[in-house]
Design a binder for this molecule. Structure first.
Ligand code: TYC
Length: 116
């Protein structure tokens, strides 16, 4: 007795009129796609105090004082710097935390995110 559920799902030579091997290999690719990452960036402005920016980098990004100072200076000199790379949800949370904190202290500091 032939169980159709156990027969290979390919056409063999005897199944067609042409004699060639018409079998179609349908490979399933193992899906191991990592989620996209997002750069969180700080932008320079002329009014936000340097120490305020350093404080933000320590508080919300877990940087040491010297790491924070270095990144703040990079933003000050170059206009923008990446302060961290995160999943979409974490990046969004960081941006919101920074923007809320800056607004509460009436500083015009801008923080944005961008797909890596
Ligand atoms: N340019 C600011 C100043 O001279 C300092 C500053 C640094 C502001 C980084 C924003 O993201 C920033 N007080």
């Amino acid at each position: 007795m032939i169980d159709p559920s156990k027969t290979p799902v390919t056409m063999s030579d005897s199944d067609d009129d042409f004699g060639g091997d018409t079998s179609v290999a349908l490979k399933t690719k193992p899906k191991t796609k990592r989620p996209p990452l997002y750069k969180v960036m700080l932008l320079n402005d002329d009014y936000t105090p340097m120490e305020f920016v350093v404080h933000i980098l320590e508080r919300f990004f877990g940087l040491t004082h010297s790491q924070a100072f270095e990144i703040m200076l990079t933003v000050h000199k170059k206009g923008v710097a990446v302060v961290g790379v995160f999943s979409h949800e974490i990046a969004e949370t960081k941006v919101t935390q920074v923007m809320d904190f800056a607004r509460r202290h009436q500083h015009p500091l801008q923080c944005t995110m961008e797909k890596e």
